[in-house]
Write a protein that binds this ligand. Structure first.
Ligand SMILES: Nc1ncnc2c1ncn2[C@@H]1O[C@H](COP(=O)(O)OP(=O)(O)OP(=O)(O)O)[C@@H](O)[C@H]1O
Ligand SMILES: [Mg+2]
Length: 275
């Protein structure tokens, strides 16, 4: 099955927001989607209404042996599957980094198991900047979505994205660069600087630009309400931007099967209603 990674050289640019909301938009287009949180901030679940008290998680437990990833799965009312990171602290994060250094397959094996389901689309939310999960997953990815903000600093980050340096080095960087697509998030059409930054990046990247998303209060508000943008503000410009990017991603994916095989357990803990 296809793997789409959301990554960025810079933090706070909208990776988690895009992973959650594009996962939702792709599920609405008929794909079966698994959203996987690889960031110790454990924030992806918040977009899906998972209660803060829910300690389920996959990556946080890997240093202690992990167990079956299927046990931490949650199912949204739309049918979308979510695999939260799980809570961790400084010691836990350092232990995990050491464990993954010694045995990358602690993460590689379960991800390959997820990818063995031909009808599931896996969307992975990565931590900001270079990380072990990014190094491990980029070679397996169908597409790496590099998220940039529509701001002046983004022009300085374009060479990182363009060369693939952000994903590897030497020939490997050149190979992985072919899978990179960019989403410009937070475009404010009423701001001259935001518009000029977005235009400059788009002109430079050409076909590698997957799309742009408007800066809107409704997006941040959706997170505050622990809801998805297409539920909370379906008529917003950001919602139509998300639908358009999901449509383009969907075109790059195999069409959903008419009858979905039951590759994951039918009975999973349900998430809070998003109605
Ligand atoms: N298009 C947008 N319009 C308005 N607010 C947005 C938009 N996109 C994201 N935000 C807000 O920006 C903040 C950061 O977004 P998010 O957490 O998705 O970034 P991130 O790249 O995952 O951050 P980190 O690098 O820390 O993981 C959040 O409060 C989110 O609601
Ligand atoms: Mg994030």
């Amino acid at each position: 099955m296809p793997l789409i990674c959301f990554a960025s050289p810079k933090g706070g640019v909208g990776k988690t927001t895009l992973t959650a909301n594009l996962a939702d938009a792709l599920q609405r287009l008929g794909h079966r989607v698994l959203a996987l949180d690889l960031d110790p901030q454990n924030a992806l679940r918040l977009h899906f209404g998972v209660p803060l008290s829910d300690r389920a998680g996959f990556v946080a437990g890997l240093a202690q042996g992990g167990g079956d990833w299927r046990a931490a799965l949650r199912r949204a009312p739309s049918g979308l599957l979510l695999l939260p990171h799980g809570p961790t602290d400084l010691r836990g994060a350092l232990d995990l980094a050491i464990a993954l250094d010694r045995e990358p397959d602690l993460l590689g094996r379960p991800v390959r198991e997820m990818l063995s389901d031909p009808d599931l689309v896996l969307l992975a939310d990565l931590p900001p900047g270079p990380s072990q999960p990014l190094a491990l997953l980029a070679p397996m990815a169908t597409m790496v979505v590099g998220v940039l903000q529509a701001e002046a600093i983004s022009a300085a980050l374009v060479p990182e994205i363009e060369s693939g340096r952000f994903l590897g080095s030497g020939t490997m960087a050149a190979l992985l660069a072919g899978r990179l697509r960019v989403v410009l998030n937070g475009v404010d059409l009423s701001s001259r600087l935001s518009r000029a930054s977005a235009e400059a990046v788009a002109r430079h990247l050409g076909y590698r630009m997957l799309g742009a998303i408007s800066r809107e209060e409704a997006v941040a508000e959706s997170l505050a309400c622990q809801r998805l943008v297409l539920d909370h503000a379906p008529a917003s410009r950001a919602a139509s931007d998300l639908r358009e990017i999901a449509r383009l991603i969907s075109l790059a994916l195999p069409p959903p099967l008419a009858t979905a095989p039951p590759a994951v357990p039918a009975a999973l803990p349900a998430l809070g209603s998003q109605a």
